[in-house]
Ligand binder design. Structure first.
Ligand SMILES: Cc1cc2nc3c(=O)[nH]c(=O)nc-3n(C[C@H](O)[C@H](O)[C@H](O)COP(=O)(O)OP(=O)(O)OC[C@H]3O[C@@H](n4cnc5c(N)ncnc54)[C@H](O)[C@@H]3O)c2cc1C
Length: 340
């Protein structure tokens, strides 16, 4: 019997596997898709995420990011990172770097999907593997979370995200966030000739009609050829009863997700992976739920605060003007998110 079976080989799953091996545990990953794996994502790594990846021995190539810019039709505010740069990095590049590090540590990755598990002899069996612990890192719509009875009653959440890349030289080294009445568009430089554009929001409409709500951005992209297919994800918000059911533990998006509005999902997943490995290595899976909440608290609070303001009809149009009028406060908030 191995120590840990990780279901899902995205950033959360591979980071958990690497951390567990670094803590002296035996680990196998089950991931049905062949790499390098792509996903709908804004692809902006906050400074804390870059630091956490480096601690795993993972150094993906990308474009250094100096901060965040908020823009609407007539306002604009820049907030710079104070504790080192973030990184704009294609998901395929990030996945390849994590997978290479996992291979270096001789972590087996089985091409299998895990949809359920059985408990036997103090362990868990899933996808034909017997392990002391099963870690669900299978993303927003986690099948294992459902099988473990950790899904709350269904609720209606409507925000989702779509992204596409464009072949154009980045015009800035900030992540630009364009705000419209109902949606936000994120532009992240990811290579010297490529930017990613993610659109977040609710309601109906395909990618092009959503982009039409951002005339300044459309002008920037005029003539730029698409460099990837459109990918989507959602609903973004996923509530979870708790992060553990005995020796089944949830990490990353599978462990609960609010929104991509503040762009720190990967950083949060890396922080959760670290505390999960510590709890399992110490034989204290029961301590993980509380450790998860401590590790995720700051980003959860900041994202839910901004999301709340976003949904207030009187407040939402004032977010970018307020960031312009109060640049120091905006910089403090951006840095709290960047280091969360
Ligand atoms: C539009 C959008 C923009 C975003 N922008 C940013 C951003 O700029 N910065 C940032 O940090 N975060 C961003 N995020 C969030 C970020 O993408 C996620 O937080 C991150 O991908 C979580 O990683 P994960 O490993 O938990 O899940 P995933 O990346 O979804 O990986 C899950 C893995 O599990 C595998 N899997 C699924 N089902 C099974 C199964 N049954 N058995 C085994 N394996 C399975 C999948 O194939 C996949 O490889 C954004 C998200 C969206 C939707």
């Amino acid at each position: 019997m191995i120590d840990v079976l990780v279901a899902g080989g995205g950033p959360a799953g591979l980071a958990t596997a690497i951390r567990c091996v670094q803590a002296g545990l035996s680990v196998t990953v089950a991931e049905p898709r062949t790499g390098p794996i792509d996903k709908a994502c804004g692809e902006g790594l906050m400074p804390a995420a870059v630091t956490r990846l480096a601690a795993l021995g993972v150094h993906p190539a990308g474009r250094p990011l100096r901060g965040i810019r908020y823009m609407d039709g007539s306002h604009r505010s820049d907030a710079l990172f104070r504790h080192g740069p973030g990184l704009g990095v294609r998901r395929t590049t990030l996945h390849a770097a994590l997978a290479a590090r996992a291979a270096e540590l001789e972590i087996a990755v089985l091409p299998r999907r895990v949809t359920g598990f059985t408990r036997r002899g103090g362990g868990v069996t899933a996808a034909g593997v017997e392990a002391r612990y099963l870690v669900a890192a299978d993303g927003l719509h986690s099948a294992i979370r459902r099988a473990a009875g950790l899904d709350p009653p269904p609720a209606r959440h409507t925000r989702f995200g779509l992204r596409r890349h464009y072949r154009v030289a980045p015009w800035t080294d900030l992540v630009e966030v364009y705000w419209s009445r109902d949606a936000e568009a994120y532009v992240t430089p990811v290579a010297e000739d490529q930017v990613g554009v993610a659109v977040l929001g609710g309601g109906r409409g395909d990618y092009s009609s959503r982009l039409a709500a951002f005339p300044a951005l459309r002008e920037r992209l005029a003539g730029a050829a698409p460099a990837s297919d459109i990918r989507g994800a959602g609903p973004l918000r996923q509530d979870v009863r708790r992060r553990t059911a005995g020796n089944v533990l949830l990490v990353g998006d599978a462990s609960g997700y609010l929104d991509a509005l503040t762009g720190e999902g990967i950083g949060a997943a890396l922080a959760q992976a670290a505390v999960l490995a510590d709890c399992v290595a110490a034989g204290r899976p029961d301590a993980y739920d509380r450790a998860w909440r401590r590790a995720s608290r700051r980003s959860w609070l900041l994202t839910s605060g901004l999301l709340w303001a976003r949904h207030q009809p009187l407040l939402a149009p004032r977010i970018v003007p307020a960031a312009q009028r109060l640049p120091r406060l905006f910089a403090i908030i951006v840095n709290l998110v960047g280091e969360a």
